[in-house]
Design a protein around this ligand. Structure first.
Ligand SMILES: C[S@@+](CC[C@H](N)C(=O)[O-])C[C@H]1O[C@@H](n2cnc3c(N)ncnc32)[C@H](O)[C@@H]1O
Ligand code: SF4
Length: 331
């Protein structure tokens, strides 16, 4: 086990496979910033699939048991299923977070390559609200097709919805109603102050407690004990047996004390906190001929010094600090 200074083990690695995306969600990649003159990473700057596999295998050797591919939109990276096939033999749980725009045609290949589960982001079930959020006129129906295609391949599906005050609060109950009894766990995420481009304000956050209250008023809920240390979603079950929901309350109930996650950006920079600023360049080591032992010592050294707990310390002062974008670091 590799522990940081606060005794937190290194358990999860989130791998951003691209900083690009075909959506422009207003809370993540606002068009005004991520427009035609935005400089995305060049192909040669990205870690290759073989480089990712090598780095991931070192992380697994240090105790990581969960790998998540993310981005940007991971399914826009060409042949991402080939990466999944390379990672599957490492034996860690292998998951993917996606906007599902390309999931329906890809689900079969992803499952065959060894993907274990998928998390789909969907913020509303009505096109007007969803399109106001994805900002590229993408229809809800195609996301639902992606969810169905993944489920048909036997992949367990979680659905994540970011709630932003004044934008999709009204969608909370619709979503709960739709996914109750579907077998897919719905999770609501508090709008976070990641990145510097989305103009985040505390007033835009709908607290998890309010989301639970709204749902429980129509469908009574009871709390469920966490499944394991570091489970970030607070779980609630419908009293009538129609399944569970989760709440990711990173703003109102930060969970830094149990955070076991590391992230690598698409160009191979290691971040030990979503709110880290600079990251550590692993690509230079990999391309500079470092041995596996050298890589392992470097990563263990970085984790061993980790003291990050931004969300617990968040104040007016820290929220105005410069931050790295979620589409770059990997959500
Ligand atoms: C950055 S995206 C990357 C993967 C993929 N493109 C997707 O949307 O699922 C990962 C997750 O981060 C969430 N996210 C992005 N910006 C956020 C913010 N400011 N606050 C909370 N969640 C956010 C998204 O809704 C999504 O569920
Ligand atoms: S949340 Fe995902 S789908 Fe939306 S802009 Fe960010 S990376 Fe793209």
């Amino acid at each position: 086990m590799t522990l940081d200074r606060l005794g937190r083990p290194l358990r999860d690695l989130r791998i951003s496979v691209t900083d690009r995306c075909n959506f422009r969600c207003v809370y993540c990649m606002p068009k005004e910033v991520f427009g035609s003159d935005y400089r995305f990473l060049d192909r040669k700057e990205l870690l290759t699939f073989e480089e990712i596999e090598r780095v991931a295998s070192v992380f697994v050797g240090l105790g990581v048991n969960k790998l998540r591919l993310t981005g940007g939109e991971p399914l826009v990276r060409k042949d991402v299923e080939r990466l999944i096939a390379l990672l599957a033999p490492l034996g860690a749980e292998l998951t993917l977070t996606t906007n599902a725009s390309l999931l329906a045609p890809k689900a079969k290949a992803l499952a065959a390559a060894g993907l274990n589960r998928v998390t789909v982001s969907l913020d509303s079930l009505d096109d007007e609200t969803f399109q106001a959020m994805n900002d590229v006129d993408f229809p809800v129906a195609r996301v639902l097709e992606g969810i169905d295609a993944a489920a048909a391949e036997g992949l367990p599906v979680k659905v994540n919805a970011v709630v932003k005050r004044g934008l999709n609060e009204h969608a909370i109950l619709d979503m709960a109603r739709h996914f109750r009894g579907s077998g897919h766990t719905l999770r609501f995420i508090e709008y976070m102050d990641v990145g510097a481009t989305n103009g985040w304000r505390l007033d835009d956050v709908v607290p998890a407690a309010e989301i639970v209250e709204r749902i429980a008023a129509e469908f009574p809920l009871e709390p469920v004990d966490p499944g394991y240390r570091g489970e970030v979603a607070k779980r609630w079950r419908y009293r009538d047996g129609a399944g569970e929901i989760g709440l990711i309350a990173s703003v109102t109930q930060p969970f830094c004390g149990d955070c076991t996650r590391s992230r690598i950006s698409a160009e191979g920079r290691l971040y030990t906190c979503l709110f880290g600023l600079r990251g550590h360049d692993l690509r230079a080591l990999v391309r500079g001929g470092a041995t596996d032992e050298e890589l392992r010592d470097r990563i263990a050294g970085i984790w061993g010094k980790r003291t990050d707990r931004y969300s617990e310390l968040r104040t007016e002062a820290t929220s105005s600090l410069p931050k790295v974008e979620m589409s770059y670091i990997g959500g």
